[in-house]
Write a protein that binds this ligand. Sequence first.
Ligand code: TYD
Length: 135
Amino acid sequence: MEVGNSKLIDITELGDERGLLTVIEGNISVPFEINRVFYIYKTLPGIRRGFHAHYKTRQALISVSGSCKVYLDNTRRKTDVLLDSPTKVLILEPNDWHEMYDFSPDCVLLVLASHLYDAEDYIRDYDKFLEVYGR
Ligand code: TYD
């Protein structure tokens, strides 16, 4: 499903009598090489985070436990996405402004990123975002 410039995909759950397992491989399940992994957890009630876009970093967001929502803005459309399953993957493109919110207390939001951390790759000013990606 298209959401902003990004895409929400479902990945296959592998299960047997022991329980469940889900696999994500770089350049296969996600359309980029994975160079960085981070996770956001124990987010306090009412917190909203993100508030940026990127120049080059592509990301995959998965709520591996609990749930949260992601607000996306591609300068033309604003969309809200619910991540409430370890098999739902949001392939987040650099040109979508994003904010994460409504974290459940047990939410662990796993983020796979195409590039190493680089503060210069962030667009944190909304007017700058419109200047770079607006019409
Ligand atoms: P921040 O960008 O504020 O998180 P969010 O966009 O989710 O609100 O990141 C919090 C801090 O962590 C900030 O000081 C930058 C640092 N950080 C790294 O050092 N490496 C990383 O890969 C990330 C995502 C953040």
